[in-house]
Ligand binder design. Sequence first.
Ligand SMILES: C[S@@+](CC[C@H](N)C(=O)[O-])C[C@H]1O[C@@H](n2cnc3c(N)ncnc32)[C@H](O)[C@@H]1O
Length: 246
Amino acid sequence: MPAWFENPEFWRAHFSRLFTQERLESADGEIAAIEKLVGLRPPAQVLDLCCGPGRHSVALACRGYAVTGVDLTAEYLAQAAQRAEAAGVTPQFLQRDMRSFRMADGFHLAINLFTSFGYFRAIADDAKVLSNVFRSLKSGGVFVMDLMGKEILARCFRERDWMESNGTLLLEERIVDEDWSWITNRCTFIDDDGRRDFSFSHRIYSAQELRSALLQAGFARVSIYGDLHGAPYDHRAQRLIAVAHT
Ligand SMILES: C[S@@+](CC[C@H](N)C(=O)[O-])C[C@H]1O[C@@H](n2cnc3c(N)ncnc32)[C@H](O)[C@@H]1O
């Protein structure tokens, strides 16, 4: 039985909610913020791990970086390739699983954005991903992660939300369990074609848990922020950003 993240139908059903026009357009600003946060300038080699439909890969390539986008979902990679072609850039896109993708000494920067980590039941698989990234970075390389941190989730948690978009109603119900280490989201889509259910679940990391996992993977130093502009990770933080140095 494939896991939820291996199901292309899941990503198809969630595309319009995950990747609104606003979110697609926010990618270039996020890349500008990351450049400033880590002091990176083109030309450098960048890994966009779990690149999805390529919004950051294309923004990076347009700024002159040599980009490799890695993702499991063929349909998203096809969209990424189309987006790159329309922008007149040529990032490399690879269909790979983050648990096994590794390119020794390949990159100056790796990014993993928009909660694209923690999907695996076995925590050892998360550790494998971090170790793969560590080994894929050059000496002096940096890894930037952007997650919904446990502290933020606890502050903003809602058991259920109703949403409506283009005539489709969506009910999202959430359960936190395993001592605040795991969240399960049950999504019910209701439209003229009937009703479809999808569940997705993932590990939730606190700042200190993520820092420990990155140090365990071999990174020498980890800074934590509350957004990509370097705000503190405090009671107002919007995201959990980790910047890990090799
Ligand atoms: C929430 S989306 C984020 C996409 C992108 N980082 C962005 O910000 O637009 C998560 C992505 O992770 C990909 N993904 C899920 N499991 C994966 C795996 N095991 N290996 C590689 N990619 C995976 C999905 O296909 C999806 O594109």
